[in-house]
Design a protein around this ligand. Structure first.
Ligand code: GLU
Length: 307
């Protein structure tokens, strides 16, 4: 629920966020991210925002957004301000893409995935786009076909120091290729929406799962193109099953059991290397205790098997 005592960040203060996608219900991995981002924000006297990343209706589960917020409340989380919904921010994303068009940084791409992937090499996150439409003359573009929009990426290293993982870098041209910001089917790409929103909401610290580490150089590059500040990043260890797969909807992660709040919060705080918590009356007390005992530098780097 929205907190009654907003932890208003001073100018230059800490603003963190938790940004679930309502493609399924919260599971143990989501709880780890929620607890860590919350504890890091509150331990630094910061604000903690919740943003619903509901940009991909075909992948979403009916009722998941409401269920997620209810689950956060039952686990004792209090967020600052109103929940932001990406589905209500299309105009803002259009404006952001327009800014990049004005700067000449993006181009329309008419390739079908099947066509370009057939000859593409693999990068660090799927195939590397070969840049076919980057060099096409406008007159060569098929009329009547709706394009995707891609951003040109530089042949240079984008490096940053992660609060948990340490130094990380990618050469976007070699490792990723020009990436999509607006899909041909009209859906906004995660990379554009997340950077636009983090900038607009003044997010200063991002604590999220290591599955998103591979996206961070793209996001830093977009921030630079948009003259937006780069937040501090900390990428949490993934919680995995016995096969080493990240818990997710695909690996059939069980939804959080709302009858087991204390036990699940204790489990997650143990994964985050917090000391054992004293007995408490309610989940809010466990979260408050996690805030008091929080040390980002104690969080392990390696994936954790929960089975
Ligand atoms: N919505 C993303 C997810 O649920 C998280 C995005 C982010 O934290 O940048 O995986």
């Amino acid at each position: 629920m929205p907190s009654e005592n907003p932890h208003t960040a001073e100018p230059g203060g800490y603003i963190g966020r938790f940004a679930p996608s309502p493609t399924g219900l919260l599971h143990i991995g989501s709880l780890l991210t929620a607890v860590a981002s919350y504890a890091d924000a509150r331990a630094n006297g910061g604000r903690w925002l919740v943003r619903m990343e509901d940009l991909d209706p075909p992948r979403e589960m009916n009722g998941a957004a409401t269920h997620i917020l209810h689950t956060l409340e039952v686990f004792g989380f209090e967020w600052d301000g109103e929940v932001a919904y990406q589905s209500r921010r299309h105009d803002y994303y259009r404006h952001t893409l327009e800014q990049l068009k004005q700067a000449g940084l993006v181009y329309p791409c008419y390739c079908s995935r099947k066509d370009w992937q057939a000859a593409a090499r693999s990068g660090v996150d799927g195939f590397v786009y070969n840049g076919r439409c980057r060099y096409a003359m406008p007159s060569e573009n098929p009329s009547g076909k709706v394009p995707a929009w891609r951003i040109r990426v530089p042949d240079e290293n984008i490096a940053f120091s992660d609060g948990i993982v340490g130094d990380y870098q990618q050469n976007l041209a070699k490792d990723i290729g020009d990436f999509v910001l607006l899909r041909a089917d009209g859906f906004w790409a995660y990379q554009l929406a997340v950077v636009a929103d983090d900038a607009d909401q003044g997010i200063t610290h991002i604590v999220r799962g290591q599955d998103l580490l591979v996206s961070t150089p793209r996001q830093i590059y977009l921030q630079r193109c948009l003259n937006a500040a780069t937040p501090n990043y900390a990428h949490l260890p993934l919680l995995v099953n016995r096969q080493g797969q990240k818990w997710s909807k695909q690996t059939l992660a069980p939804a959080l059991d709302m009858q087991q709040t204390e036990q699940l919060l204790r489990q997650v705080t143990a994964y985050l290397n917090l000391p054992a918590a004293p007995s408490v009356d309610k989940p809010q007390d466990l979260l408050a205790w996690a805030v008091q005992n929080w040390h980002l530098n104690r969080v392990p780097k390696q994936a954790i098997c929960t089975e």
